[in-house]
Design a binder for this molecule. Structure first.
Ligand code: SDX
Length: 393
């Protein structure tokens, strides 16, 4: 009677699904992509390798990896006509709104995509993964009023992104290996997370036969939410508010516990994890490392650490199994790298894109997939007689 269905009772209509891509155990804090532990992938792979793994269900060998890299290089530019789009966004436009508009528009420039999306999934995936990075960097340059910096053939996926973001004719940017390694790790950790809000959106929109670009644009919009991908930006705003409030931790902890106050500790809690989010553990360590390498001392990191310590010793959070999630420390790394706060969720989208593509491909390759049509339990009025206008209250 709850309307909930299990795997063998028409689950496809409820939005849940069987998948071979990502496994997570929320009680044990386990996360695996295609059977590989996230800890190993984050330490030993590049983001491009993990993107290939998610989409093809295998870690690429040297030949496959080089072929994928060549496609990413080939598709790094966006059509010059699309650059004019940026001239018409207001300067305060949200980078997430720009990203979803630009990605949605790609289907107009690459119509062959909508014919048989799976036929050239390699090309389509590489085109989207490469272009979203360029779109993100170009939107930042445009928002700063700086000249665009084009992708280079001699830089890696992450190196190119950093260079496109921060290189300037008058002040060349040095692509530091440690920063590239940290960005690779962050993007890997965001690459997929089974049926979260934005991935379910991509699958649901895709199940109607919509092309990949439009399905991904829908996922970008779902990720934008402060309860989802927007949380990394909300964490920084929360830490800055505590800093401005002379580190009044007690005030914010009490606000988070107050049911009459809509405030929640951003970066804390999760729909599935009821222990440490394994991604958060890796990101916290990476945060310490990169701030040391860059010789940055960020008061927000000290505040985050103290907030975590206080929350994890508070009965309210312990009883509800609320722990830091993937978003709690990631924003501090982005700040250290120089990425503006309003682009943190864009970074989440760059990381999540291969997972969205893999999930969309899995859904479209499954011959039993039906158009997503979750059911409901009706709790409204029983049937009642019609009331003519003149007799209504
Ligand atoms: C992501 O699904 C995914 O996998 C998403 C994601 C991914 O990779 O795609 O992991 C990315 O979205 C991570 C989550 C980012 N969002 C935030 O950090 C926003 C802050 N978090 C909360 O809003 C909340 O924890 C949610 C939205 C994430 C989950 O909300 P739920 O499902 O209500 O959490 P719950 O059922 O575990 O809550 C249990 C209790 C409730 O109180 P009671 O009714 O029992 O009294 O804990 C409370 C909640 O109100 N609670 C919080 C809290 N999170 C839950 N109280 C204070 N602060 C919080 N952060």
């Amino acid at each position: 009677e709850t309307g909930y269905m299990t795997l063998d009772t028409g689950y496809k209509n409820t939005g849940s699904c069987a998948s071979t891509i990502t496994y997570l155990d929320g009680n044990k804090g386990i996360l695996r992509y295609r059977g590989y532990a996230i800890e190993e992938l984050a330490e030993k792979c590049s983001f491009v390798e993990v993107a290939y793994l998610l989409i093809h269900d295998k870690l690429p060998n040297t030949e496959e990896l080089n072929a994928f890299k060549s496609l990413l290089e080939r598709f790094a530019l966006i059509h010059e006509d699309m650059i004019h789009f940026f001239d018409h966004f207001p300067s305060h436009a949200s980078p997430m709104s720009i990203l979803s508009v630009m990605v949605n528009s790609l289907c107009n420039y690459y119509p062959e995509m909508s014919d048989d999306p799976l036929e050239n999934i390699d090309m389509t995936a590489a085109r989207l993964i490469s272009k979203i990075r360029t779109i993100a960097a170009f939107s930042y340059k445009k928002s700063m009023g700086h000249p665009l910096v084009y992708p280079r053939h001699d830089l890696s996926y992450c190196g190119n992104f950093l260079n496109m973001m921060f290189d300037k004719p008058v002040k060349p940017y040095t692509v530091r290996p440690e920063v590239v390694a940290t960005l690779n790790k962050l993007l890997i950790l965001h690459a997929d997370h089974e049926q979260n809000c934005s991935t379910s959106t991509v699958r649901l929109v895709g199940s109607a036969g919509v092309n990949l670009y439009a399905s991904i644009a829908a996922g970008i919009n779902a990720l934008w939410g402060p309860l989802h991908g927007g949380a990394n930006e909300a964490v920084i705003q929360m830490l800055e508010a505590i800093h401005a409030d002379n580190n009044d931790f007690e005030k914010y902890i009490n606000k988070a516990k107050d049911k009459n106050d809509p405030f929640r500790l951003s970066g804390f809690g999760h729909r599935v994890y009821k222990t440490y989010d394994p991604r958060g553990t890796i990101i916290k360590k990476a945060c310490d490392e990169i701030l040391t390498v860059l010789n940055i001392s960020d008061p927000l990191l000290d505040i985050a650490r103290k907030l975590e310590e206080i929350a994890l010793s508070d009965e309210y959070f312990i009883k509800r199994n609320l722990y830091p999630n993937v978003d709690f420390y990631s924003g501090i790394i982005y700040r250290a790298i120089g990425i503006p706060t309003n682009m943190f969720t864009v970074m989440f989208a760059l990381g999540r894109l291969p997972g969205w593509i893999a999930q969309w491909k899995e859904m479209r390759e499954d011959p039993s997939t039906k158009i997503g049509r979750p059911r409901q339990v009706y709790v409204g009025e029983p049937e009642r007689p019609f009331i003519p206008l003149e007799k209504r209250d």
